[in-house]
Design a protein around this ligand. Structure first.
Ligand code: ADP
Ligand code: ZN
Ligand code: ZN
Length: 733
């Protein structure tokens, strides 16, 4: 069969593919998965060849030829293309945009896929200028040009090693036509003879059992839950699973939820293995991202480590996929554009590649635990801490029965004294940044509100600002009530205030703070982490950020200041998140040789969630929570999709959803809830509402969505209205 047409995916919000004729001036027919440049209206776009086809429904006179075939080899291999297609279907998102999110920005713009180094050369004119003496008065340019003459093809790296500031004179040389650069393909380094640089500690019995089970599943799709308490040595199991895959000549894909977690794991991978590791995350510059992607496409990288979108990394010959902290909400893209779960897509990828996948967590998601319960996933347990570390002692502090100073109960202060006195470090967790969450007038009852959100402004005392944590609004901190002129008061605690209180209580103990106000630039996180790891800081105060994976061996006491937050949320997932946070933050205590202690402050010590967590641990909590979900018909016992809309008025958002709802004609087995305003309806000056579709039958839900969405696409709506579909939403606003 001859393929006369090229079907191309373009990064546009339209739910379809576009057909083209082959390029005119070349007989090179592109392969599926290669990038091409095409005319699109008045634009020229880079797209990815989806398939070559023999027939098209487009009238011949309307077909245009490709402008250029960019890649000789596919940059999206058949496996990733299949994943992309699945994702587009499952999340009901335009395939072109899905492919767009699988490529780094510079690759979407057409940058070459080959690993290449920029190399510099003197031009003929440049060589002539050297002898002609034209550059006598430009000493730096002259010296640089001499280097190019003596070392044709010198790399950026070599030039930087010689002088920090070679780019300015180089620009001048290029402008004068005396120097030019070329991208020269890099030869792949020969594989190192020794795979292992530094062997790890001998495995514990449980670790060895887990590694053997994963190894025995090689070449077959086998999903594992590696359920190990914090510090139990999960990472060590990952490293062995990766090693076994590498020994079979395969590659490994490792996903982590947060950029902040990559440096540690990259470090451990590079210390262990003498093979190239490519790192892909959103904190990279565009060119760093392109470089990492090239290492994947070229096959140079044997291990690929990355956050969410790395699930689409073009890694051939995968032998193992690892998803660390699988319960983490960051795996779900829920803010904008293409909303997908990298964990769930990773499972799909492993399934199609017929390889094992390891989902690791100390606090597995209820979805994953249910998959274990019905036998779809195999659980591997690491119930003990690695090395000599013992599990911490956990106790609840009833805030109603204790003297409390600035949010900290007296027994907690005494415990801190004890642990600091014994040379331990103390971690204090509070889930709010800033100084205090409320600024209130003591006379008239005024409370500083955000103008654009249904929310209060948070006091940032050091910066003397009032800020909204939802829309970013930022205003000077008033000294007097703007309404009546009376004194204002800071109500409640945030990390900044807790730091202040602790500094007054323990003047001798240096304090480190970890929250989004402190960590703003690259390297900030590492600075804080190293202050704690080195022992210089004795107390660490932080938000959610402190719960994520860091290993601080000398922390012996963890105090959770406000466990109550979230116990009474309307979101059915809130209890799961509270339990995970408590268990994760508690897991930071006593990871070294000294035993740990955890104090949980609460006003609701008899809340069933807290009691099941404390008496039966996370497993007991999960059993109770799953039973509740089943009774209420929530995921994982039902499947949910949310159609969300936002507009300048709540009426407009709701009206759109009402029309969308009216297009649903009695879908069988699918329950429709709403439209209803979001829990925080007004955010950043826009009003949000949602419509929920729910079904016990996943296929029925997706059939309904398939039949429904083209109609929703075609609905007439005010220009400013925005809507999106979220399949398997993690948060119900
Ligand atoms: P997790 O990923 O479960 O939090 P890690 O793999 O980071 O746990 O292990 C926690 C600590 O225990 C690390 O310092 C690690 O080097 C150490 N460790 C892991 N496995 C072993 C083992 N088998 N013997 C001794 N120490 C170990
Ligand atoms: Zn007032
Ligand atoms: Zn706001």
């Amino acid at each position: 069969m001859t393929h006369s047409f090229v079907r191309v995916a373009l990064d546009t919000p339209v739910r379809r593919l576009f057909d083209y004729l082959p390029a005119r001036d070349t007989n090179r027919v592109p392969q599926a998965g290669a990038r091409v440049r095409v005319p699109f209206g008045r634009q020229r776009l880079v797209g990815v060849v989806h398939s070559l086809i023999a027939k098209t429904e487009i009238a011949p006179e309307k077909l245009k030829p490709l402008l250029e075939v960019i890649d000789a080899e596919p940059v999206i291999d058949a496996g990733v293309m299949e994943l992309v297609e699945f994702a587009a279907q499952y999340y009901h998102h335009p395939i072109g945009e899905v492919i767009g999110s699988a490529l780094p920005k510079l690759a979407r713009n057409g940058a070459a896929a080959q690993l290449a180094l920029e190399r510099w050369f003197a031009t003929e004119a440049g060589l002539a200028a050297l002898t002609g003496g034209e550059l006598r008065r430009a000493r730096r340019q002259l010296a640089l040009l001499e280097t190019l003459r003596d070392e044709p093809g010198v790399t950026n790296e070599a030039l930087t090693a010689r002088s920090d500031d070679w780019r300015t004179p180089m620009r001048a040389l290029v402008t004068r036509g005396f120097a030019s650069s070329a991208e020269v393909p890099v030869e792949l380094p020969a594989p190192a003879r020794e795979l292992i640089r530094e062997p790890g500690p001998p495995l514990s019995d449980e670790q060895a059992v887990a590694v053997a089970a994963i190894d025995a599943a090689a070449g077959r799709f086998t999903p594992f839950l590696l359920h190990g308490i914090t510090g139990s040595g999960k990472t060590e199991v990952y490293l062995h699973a990766v090693e076994h895959a590498l020994r079979r000549g395969k590659r490994a894909l490792v996903l982590v939820p947060e950029i902040g977690l990559t440096p540690q794991l990259v470090g451990r991978l590079r210390d262990r293995f003498a093979v190239p590791v490519a790192v892909l995350h959103s904190g990279l510059t565009d060119s760093e991202r392109l470089a990492a992607w090239r290492e994947c496409v070229s096959g140079a990288a044997r291990i690929v480590l990355g956050t969410r979108s790395a699930v689409f990394a073009p890694v051939a010959d995968l032998g193992i996929v690892i998803v660390d902290e699988e319960h983490d909400a960051s795996f779900k893209q829920h803010e904008s554009g293409f909303r997908y779960s990298a964990r769930d897509l990773a499972i799909r990828r492993a399934q199609r590649a017929e390889i094992p996948i390891v989902l690791g967590s100390a606090t597995p998601s209820l979805e994953t635990l249910q998959n274990v319960a019905v036998g779809r996933f195999t659980r591997l347990s690491l119930p003990r801490r690695a090395g000599q570390a013992l599990p911490p002692r956990v106790a609840v502090l009833d805030l109603r029965e204790q003297p409390v100073r600035a949010g900290i109960a007296t027994p907690a202060v005494e415990a801190m004294q004890r642990h600091l006195g014994a040379g331990g470090q103390v971690l204090v967790y509070i889930n709010r940044r800033g100084y205090s969450p409320t600024l209130a007038c003591t006379a008239c009852g005024w409370i500083a509100p955000c103008r654009d959100c249904d929310a209060r402004l948070t006091v940032h005392l050091a910066a003397q600002r009032l800020r909204c944590h939802h829309c970013g609004a930022d205003a000077p901190l008033p000294e007097k009530c703007p309404q009546c002129g009376y004194t204002v008061r800071h109500v409640g605690q945030g990390t900044e205030r807790v730091e202040e209180t602790l500094a007054a209580l323990f003047p001798e103990a240096p304090i480190a703070r970890l929250d989004r106000d402190v960590v703003r630039r690259r390297g900030d996180l590492e600075t804080v982490v190293s202050r704690v790891a080195s022992g210089e800081a004795r107390i660490l105060v932080g938000t959610q950020m402190v719960t994520k994976g860091h290993d601080f061996p000398s922390v012996t006491l963890v105090v959770v200041l406000n466990a109550d937050q979230g116990l009474f949320s309307t979101d059915f997932r809130a209890p799961e998140r509270v339990a995970q946070t408590i268990v994760q933050v508690a897991g930071r205590a006593g990871r070294g040789t000294r035993p740990g202690e955890v104090l949980i402050q609460t006003e609701y010590p008899e809340h069933p969630l807290l009691t099941s967590l404390l008496t039966e641990g996370y497993d007991g909590f999960a059993r109770a929570a799953l039973a509740e979900r089943e009774a209420a018909g929530w995921p994982p016992f039902a499947h949910v999709a949310a159609l969300r809309a936002s507009a300048l008025t709540l009426a407009a958002a709701t009206e759109f959803l009402r029309q969308a709802r009216s297009l649903l004609r009695g879908p069988r087995g699918v329950k429709v809830l709403g439209p209803a305003p979001a829990a925080m309806a007004k955010r950043a000056g826009r009003y949000h509402a949602q419509l929920l579709l729910e079904s016990r039958d996943r296929a029925a839900l997706h059939r309904t969505l398939d039949a429904w969405l083209p109609g929703v696409d075609a609905l007439k709506a005010p220009r400013e209205l925005r809507w999106s579909l979220d399949v398997d939403p993690l948060e119900l606003f």
